[in-house]
Design a protein around this ligand. Structure first.
Ligand code: MRU
Length: 367
């Protein structure tokens, strides 16, 4: 996507070839700052502290992280250590394990002297593949928006609600939930996006709003609690969210609050779609509620808020009475029965095991 008119990905190899550069997402939307990852610890920190975040981007960063580790020590022990360090950074998005498994499986049979170069090549491929998968989601999801636009009066906008940031910033480029939105906007359809602010970290208000603004897509940021009201009054035509882990049966684990949007959408007959690239599908799981580990993040994300003061400086303030405890579960699970459909790179399918198996016979586990 464009940043100040320049096509930019969310991570890229540095010009001197010795590091990875990323956009430090903790600084958005108030500053566009890049950071350099030169070591395994840099990569692990970037994922843990959410300089990079979003399921596909976490996976891509981890793939590069293995390369950074293998550059200094490519022994079996170092590979195992790097794998374990990166896997422990965040528990919920399955893309992390998917990317690590992929690189480890590829390099482990090689001689140690060949491992770093092979990891580098595969990490670059994982990034390009992510972009291609998101293009597939754009192609698959665009007809959903077109169909709604066709039922509207000429010029009347299609209102799409999204939660968290499943956009360009959550991936290498384009985004998952945003892919059909950008495609519709670029095709000249009148699309307007309701952007859930997404407390506590405000990925909607800080990141989704920033990228939609950069691309010129009309949008309005709303408090998380506003979605149900907007649906009751016919102001939402469609919900599209991302996913951090989708089970083989179609349960969807995504940013905390997604489930409440799905309930409201169900009650108001608003179609609720999940943009789900295949690396975010965990083919080993069948019960999202019981089997997906939900990340519990620091209470400080709830108790404090960071923003820009009138003088332009960025400051963090306390919100709660001193002494009040806070809890911060970061994801929830939306049962498949509340999901209208999954938008994958191979097309849209129902959220159930048979439909997923039919679309991905090569990936689904048998038995
Ligand atoms: O905690 P985050 O910011 O990594 O959570 C991100 C989300 O929940 C996204 O909606 C999800 O990863 C899908 S991203 C394409």
């Amino acid at each position: 996507m464009n940043v100040s008119g320049r096509p930019t990905r969310t991570l890229w190899p540095s010009a001197d070839g010795t590091a990875i550069e990323i956009i430090d997402q903790t600084r958005l939307p108030h500053a566009f700052v890049t950071a350099r990852l030169s070591t395994l610890d840099d990569a692990a920190h970037a994922i843990r502290a959410m300089l990079v975040r979003g399921a596909p981007l976490i996976g891509a960063t981890a793939a590069w992280g293995l390369w950074l580790a293998l550059r200094t020590d490519a022994s079996d022990a170092a590979l195992a250590r790097a794998y374990a360090t990166l896997l422990a950074t965040r528990p919920t998005a399955v893309n992390l394990r998917w990317a690590l498994d992929r690189v480890r499986t590829h390099v482990a049979p090689l001689a140690p002297s060949a491992r770093a170069a092979a990891a580098r090549q595969l990490a670059a491929y994982v990034c390009d593949e992510d972009v291609a998968l998101n293009r597939g989601i754009a192609v698959a999801g665009l007809p959903l928006i077109r169909a709604i636009a066709a039922r509207k009066a000429p010029g009347e906008r299609v209102n799409v609600l999204t939660h968290c940031n499943a956009g360009w910033l959550a991936t290498v480029d384009i985004g998952t939930a945003t892919a059909p939105l950008y495609a519709a906007h670029d095709a000249g359809l009148s699309v307007h996006v309701w952007v859930d602010e997404t407390r506590p970290r405000n990925q909607g208000a800080s990141l989704t709003a920033w990228e939609l603004l950069n691309h010129g897509v009309p949008h309005t940021v709303i408090a998380d609690n506003a979605g149900g009201h907007l649906m009751q009054h016919g102001h939402v035509d469609l919900v599209i969210v991302g996913t951090d882990r989708t089970t083989a049966t179609g349960d969807v684990c995504n940013k905390i609050g997604t489930y409440l949007k799905a309930l409201a959408a169900h009650d108001n007959h608003v179609p609720f779609y999940v943009a789900a690239p295949s690396p975010s599908i965990d083919w080993t799981l069948s019960d999202g509620l019981r089997e997906i580990p939900i990340e519990e993040r620091a209470a400080r994300e709830v108790t404090h808020l960071t923003g820009r003061l009138p003088d332009g400086t960025v400051a963090t303030i306390a919100l709660l009475p001193e002494g009040s405890p806070a809890a911060n579960p970061a994801f929830d699970v939306t049962p498949a029965r509340l999901v209208t459909g999954l938008i994958t790179e191979r097309g849209v399918c129902d959220a159930n095991a048979a439909a997923l198996r039919a679309l991905f016979p090569d990936k689904a586990q048998t038995g």
